[in-house]
Design a binder for this molecule. Structure first.
Ligand code: C2E
Ligand code: CA
Ligand code: CA
Length: 720
């Protein structure tokens, strides 16, 4: 675990925190609705506003925590969040060196996801953070999500500022004016006769007077619409501890030049030497920034598309179920939408989402509802619960979505996958029905793109098993249950050993050795692939070094398979370099294997990384050649050193003229491009002989040896 560092001007910062007069036994009840809405909005169980003290962190407000515990600063996530200006997002605490062994992660409440935005005092010092947390990881917290969290932070800052003024009055009556003068928002104090006794510079600027001109002036001069009885009523409702009831009141303030400014007023009151004194904070809402309306909008609607958000849609679904009607919920997810964002930018991505929103809205009947669940996910409530109707609706939606879209001067198409859940299945809660639609969507996604799938109970069972398996995978990483097996690669001409390919196995405590087919799909789609890939890289390099030394074979080469995730981490070159350096290996002793799928999906980034890796001298093999859609131009553009002919061709080459021709053509291609070529899956002597006669350099397969544990490999192939 890494403890958060303190800031340069820490003592001033602590002073700023102190001005709020909050501590572990005094939280701010006016913040309670804000944190609750934040939690609902982001669909997480926990949200809090934390202030960071010297050693301790205390909750100004919290939601979803059984006990607002007194927390040491060392373990606080928010103490890290205030070190940066941006929103701090930790998608998975288990993968973050700062937090993976944090007691809040390993114990209660078991935080796996965190997003926090710093909160600032008027002096500019970060005093704490507003955060949302979950007990499961969240891989998708978008730029828009961060923006929304910031908007919530503005609301929090408003409420905190009121508290600061209140505290100033309570703690140091004489300091109140100092604090109020520094307050960024317009603020004034008045007496029982409704005459101004003090105002700050911001008020003067808002109303067009100087501070001196306003001193002693009646409120009626610049708040003409506020009749005395109304004012009396408003201040009667505000007390010294008025943080509870600060409901803003709207009014028109009269500027000195005669025009009016819409404002929101928050009144507060206190006793000063047996006299009651009153304060009012004015917020200019000309630009429509009515904070309470904003809160309503934020918590009910998606900022980009204006659609209902998850919370509202769930509410609608619950309402529909309550009437006893049969309904259907459709969960929709755009296929590969990430690519649109990655290649064309978020702006165009946003335009596409808005176009699709309009298309979906056009298709819906008046009582039907569409909501945006986040990112590229939508959900629909249909008030007809028969399967045929739901399926027809899904198909027409998908065909609308699939029509060409013009955005940013480009014409493109996207497809979507859809999951359908019907309330007739059983009497569901809204949550369960929407969850069922998500499970059906997951099923549709795994069938490929542009598919519709309908929920059946077996899907829930599968999801449970998948989750268990995911948990087991995490355990496997922690307990180092993975092992590498090694398969020999042989020179066909001389029959001598060239090297080995490292192949991963999971030594499962109950199920024994599992082959990659049993767990790689899940591993690759989850957050662990990067770490496991790094482990494979380091382990295979250290084995290669050991064998080169013990056998004296200093041309021994190790083939290492890569995951796509290793490219995204952005530090693959450094990882490779340090694995080589730590083991004293020359770069050409390692051959990184990439499949077409990795390349095809994510062109530019991977090409760049591969170029630099190749420049450093590392070999690069094109795995499973011939099975994908790779074009010949890839052989030209990618910095390859070897082609690996897929074992399906090798396997059939003795009984299929076509496959033999494919192998021969590939060998010819390799020669033309000046690449080495190895045939995988060589199982028989006949296959070996044909390959040799075609001119293939190298072979790998059961004929030469199956993948073996390191020690077995050494004894069989390296001891003479
Ligand atoms: P691959 O890279 O094409 O690896 C060759 C696969 O073919 C291995 O399966 C190997 O056991 C199998 N094989 C080798 N010779 C023969 C043969 O003569 N006949 C037949 N029928 N099969 C043969 P394995 O070990 O199950 O690995 C499957 C795939 O899993 C690999 O295909 C590779 O794509 C992936 N994989 C394995 N280990 C790793 C790893 O450490 N990292 C990554 N990223 N992927 C890995
Ligand atoms: Ca391979
Ligand atoms: Ca292969």
């Amino acid at each position: 675990m890494r403890c958060p560092s303190t800031l340069v001007d820490e003592s001033e910062r602590l002073q700023a925190v102190e001005e709020y007069g909050l501590n572990k036994s005094y939280s701010l009840s006016s913040l309670a609705p804000v944190v609750r809405l934040a939690a609902e909005m982001f669909h997480v169980p926990i949200a809090a506003v934390n202030l960071i003290g010297d050693r301790h962190v205390f909750f100004a407000a919290s939601y979803g925590l059984e006990q607002a515990c007194d927390m040491s600063r060392d373990v606080s996530f928010c103490a890290h969040a205030i070190l940066q200006k941006e929103v701090m997002v930790v998608p998975d605490t288990a993968n973050d060196i700062r937090f993976h062994d944090n007691p809040l992660v390993t114990g209660s409440p078991g935080v796996r996801f965190y997003a926090g935005v710093p909160l600032y005092a008027p002096s500019g010092h970060p005093i704490g953070a507003l955060c949302v947390m979950d007990r499961v990881s969240h891989q998708t917290f978008s730029v828009q999500d961060s923006e929304r969290l910031r908007e919530f932070a503005l609301l929090v800052t408003d409420k905190l500022e009121l508290r600061r003024l209140e505290a100033a009055e309570q703690m140091w009556p004489t300091r109140f004016y100092e604090v109020a003068a520094a307050s960024p928002g317009p603020l004034l104090e008045f007496d029982q006769n409704f005459h101004v006794t003090f105002c700050n510079g911001a008020t003067a600027a808002l109303l067009g007077y100087t501070q001196q001109q306003l001193a002693g002036a009646p409120l009626a001069r610049f708040l003409p619409g506020l009749e005395r009885p109304r004012l009396e009523h408003l201040i009667a409702g505000s007390t010294l501890n008025g943080s509870n009831g600060h409901l803003p009141h709207k009014a028109l303030a009269l500027h000195r030049d005669g025009y009016t400014v819409p404002v929101e007023l928050v009144f507060f009151a206190w006793k000063k030497m047996s006299h009651r004194h009153f304060g009012v904070m004015l917020t200019d809402i000309t630009d429509g920034r009515q904070r309470d309306q904003q809160l309503y909008r934020l918590s009910n609607f998606d900022a980009l598309t204006g659609l209902a958000n998850r919370r509202v849609l769930r509410h609608e679904v619950a309402g529909a179920l309550d009437t006893g009607a049969d309904v259907a919920v459709l969960a929709i997810d755009l296929d590969n939408f990430k690519d649109v964002n990655d290649t064309l930018g978020h702006k165009i991505g946003d335009q596409v989402l808005c176009v699709l929103t309009e298309r979906m809205k056009d298709l819906l009947g008046p009582s039907e509802k569409v909501g945006r669940m986040g990112g590229d996910e939508f959900a629909l409530l249909l008030r007809r619960g028969e399967l045929a109707a739901a399926r027809a609706a899904a198909l027409s939606l998908m065909s609308e979505i699939g029509k060409p879209i013009e955005a940013g001067g480009l014409c493109m198409r996207v497809t979507a996958s859809c999951g359908i859940a019907l309330s007739t299945e059983a009497k569901h809660s809204a949550e369960e029905l929407m969850g069922n639609a998500d499970l059906a969507l997951y099923q549709a996604k795994s069938m490929g793109r542009n598919q519709v799938s309908v929920y059946i109970p077996a899907l829930r069972q599968e999801a449970i098993e998948r989750r268990q398996f995911e948990a087991e995978l995490h355990r496997a990483v922690e307990n180092q249950e993975f092992e590498l097996f090694y398969q020999p690669q042989v020179c066909l001409k001389s029959g001598s050993l060239i090297g080995a390919e490292a192949l991963i196995r999971w030594n499962h405590p109950q199920k024994g050795y599992l082959s990659p087919a049993a767990f790689l799909p899940l591993l690759e789609s989850g957050p662990l692939a990067g770490d496991v890939g790094t482990w494979v890289l380091r382990q295979a390099c250290s084995q290669a070094a050991a064998w080169r030394q013990s056998s004296g074979n200093d041309s021994f080469r190790m083939g290492i398979n890569l995951f796509a995730a290793q490219f995204f981490a952005g530090d693959l070159e450094e990882k490779v370099e340090s694995a080589l350096q730590d083991n004293g290996l020359p770069p050409e002793s390692v051959e990184l294997e990439i499949t077409e799928n990795i390349i095809l999906n994510h062109n530019a980034l991977i090409l760049e990384t591969l170029r630099r890796l190749r420049e450093s001298g590392v070999c690069i093999a094109f795995d499973d050649f011939g099975t994908g859609y790779a074009s010949l131009s890839m052989l030209r553009d990618y910095p390859l050193t070897q082609i690996k002919i897929d074992r399906s061709f090798t396997n059939n080459m003795c009984c299929s003229i076509r496959d033999e021709a494919t192998v021969a053509a590939t060998v010819g291609l390799a020669r033309n491009y000046d690449l080495d070529v190895i045939a995988e899956g060589v199982e028989t002597e006949e296959q070996m002989a044909r390959l040799k006669s075609i001119g293939c350099d190298e072979g790998q397969g059961y004929f030469f040896g199956k993948p073996l544990p390191a020690e077995d490999f050494r004894q069989k192939f390296l001891v003479h």
